[in-house]
Design a protein around this ligand. Sequence first.
Ligand SMILES: [Zn+2]
Length: 235
Amino acid sequence: MDYKKYMALALEQAKIAYKNGDVPIGCVIVYNDKVIASAYNCRMKNKNVLHHSEIIAIDKACKNIGDWRLEDCTLFVTVEPCPMCAGAILQARFKEVVFGAKNEKAGCVGSIYNILQDDRFNHIVSVKEGVLEDECSFLMKSFFKDCRKRDIKTDLAKIPGVSKGIIKHFNSIGIYEIKDLVGKDAKKLYELECEKSGKKIEKTMLYIYKMAIYFAENSNVEKEKLNIKYWKNKV
Ligand SMILES: [Zn+2]
């Protein structure tokens, strides 16, 4: 079987999820060397926790084959399945699962646990990992990087007096998350900016201070982590 060919199709599905603002994971199910179902993650789009790409694809495949057993099928998914999807894969008695990138935080096909190959269950699914791994993992990393950029833009826009210029400035020096700006990191950034340019000191300092205060008052960030005293003395 041409693993790369089918994983490339799963990647195309993942890209649709990306465009929709969903975590970019895509899946195809293959039977007799033919794709019988394909799907992308729709959790955000459909506001439904069950709508992972694998679950939607399994649902389509069952309808297509007319059986709940998918024992002669191979499931391709761009990222290592979560416990819910690995459970559904086991229940459907798939012959084989092929995935691209590992999911060390939630994967249950080897990372945290291996639901598919525990011989206490009555079925074992063979597993092949790392097919088009770089492409699958790049898509995930780009997505989360975009999310962090969006987050800081939204966060900063809430603070009175923060211009588009300063948001651009933080993006340009690689500060995407508000937690990068508070506490120790803010102090480091301040010192770095002092070294870089005398002119920028006061302006940068003031913005960081404003952000620290704002987030101390408006977010769940613990106040002691914000190092407010330090900033008050500096302004
Ligand atoms: Zn899942």
